[in-house]
Design a protein around this ligand. Structure first.
Ligand SMILES: *[C@@H]1O[C@H](CO)[C@@H](O)[C@H](O)[C@H]1NC(C)=O
Ligand SMILES: *[C@@H]1O[C@H](CO)[C@@H](O)[C@H](O)[C@H]1NC(C)=O
Ligand SMILES: *[C@@H]1O[C@H](CO)[C@@H](O)[C@H](O)[C@H]1NC(C)=O
Ligand SMILES: *[C@@H]1O[C@H](CO)[C@@H](O)[C@H](O)[C@H]1NC(C)=O
Length: 308
């Protein structure tokens, strides 16, 4: 059966009567509705989402409060969000996520481009989140945020993360893709990651990939790190596609890898973050026949590519 969706833009005053008990400066401009509200977007600044800001909205499936200078979301900000599946709180000023704020399973929870530094213990628990977006924040450590949660795609890129422990992701079920590019990761404990499809670790400070241990992956991006050689070649045979450039490769080691890749059908190439392809034909750094001066030149050239 076809169901007509009427799109109306209501003035602020009318919205107040639509949403019982909204506070002060909450403003909304786009409402798609039949008799109820399905999609709600805030159009001006929203400082704090108080308890019970939204209620009696059984059909609301999407809530967008973005670019609104929002600093805080309190537990219970929405009451009985039966149909809610997308929350977009990106580009605000959130500095913390309290436990008990997100209690409903969602297809997308977007918290990127905020000022997140701390996330309370069990902030993501007893729910299913298909896509959790936490990129471009100020997160330096991942504490016990997760408990009894299913997350398929997790974005933590563009943060300040320095290390990952074996138990960091252990409580998450179903993980397929993790994005950790552009952090400050130097150390990852062995077997931190479950078997997954994609692991993105470009632009960090990694010297090796020993942390994989028994992990099986489809794609691993380790471009823009400090890797000069694979210490264990056995690990590589569990990966289908390796994005290894640029890194300060030792040429002999790389030759060994190429042979192995050929033998086991491992695909390899440039990091997904590598955009200046024309700028370089420098694949490896240290070869036996290179004299000291050439080596220095190579290194400088390479560091320019790596850290520009
Ligand atoms: C709410 O948004 C409308 C349209 O964008 C604007 O005219 C109005 O001034 C806003 N109200 C408040 C209280 O910010
Ligand atoms: C979330 O909101 C931001 C800012 O309005 C927008 O750029 C982004 O596309 C939205 N994300 C999704 C998945 O809707
Ligand atoms: C785990 O989370 C699911 C929702 O995803 C919930 O139904 C279940 O009761 C939770 N289990 C425990 C032990 O809390
Ligand atoms: C990020 O956190 C550091 C301390 O860990 C702090 O010095 C810095 O000001 C924060 N940056 C932003 C943008 O909040």
């Amino acid at each position: 059966m076809l169901k007509a969706v009427l799109v109306v833009t209501l003035p602020f005053v009318a919205e107040i009567s639509t949403f019982s008990n909204t506070r002060s400066n909450l403003n909304t401009s786009t409402i798609e509705c039949g008799s109820d509200v399905y999609f709600l977007r805030a159009a001006s600044s929203v400082n704090i989402l108080q308890k019970n800001t939204f209620r009696s909205m059984e059909n609301l499936y999407r809530l967008d409060i973005t670019d609104c200078y929002m600093r805080e979301v309190r537990p219970g900000f929405i009451r009985n969000p039966k149909s809610l599946i997308v929350i977009n709180f990106s580009r605000n000023r959130l500095s913390t996520i309290r436990a008990g704020v997100f209690v409903k399973s969602l297809t997308s929870l977007l918290l990127n481009n905020n000022d997140l530094e701390s996330i309370e213990e069990n902030a993501f628990s007893n729910i299913f989140i298909e896509y959790l977006e936490l990129s471009t924040n100020n997160i330096s450590t991942i504490e016990n945020w997760f408990r009894n949660v299913t997350i398929l795609r997790l974005h933590l890129n563009n943060n300040q993360i320095t290390s990952l422990r074996k138990d960091t992701f252990r409580e998450i079920r179903g993980l397929e893709d993790i994005y950790l590019d552009n952090n400050r990761i130097q150390y990852i404990e062995v077997n931190t990651f479950p078997n997954m499809k994609e692991l993105h670790l470009a632009r960090n400070y990694l010297y090796n990939i020993d942390f994989l241990g028994r992990t099986v992956l489809e794609t691993l991006d380790i471009g823009f790190n400090r890797i000069s050689c694979f210490r264990s070649f056995v690990i590589l045979t569990k990966i289908k596609r390796l994005l290894i450039y640029p890194n300060p490769w030792n040429c002999n080691c790389l030759l060994g890898f190429w042979k192995l890749a050929w033998r086991y059908g491992i695909g390899y190439g440039d990091s997904q973050l590598f955009q200046q392809k024309s700028d370089t034909n420098l694949i490896c750094l240290v070869a036996e026949h290179i004299d000291e001066q050439d080596k220095k030149l190579h290194e400088e050239n390479f560091m320019r590519i790596l850290y520009n």
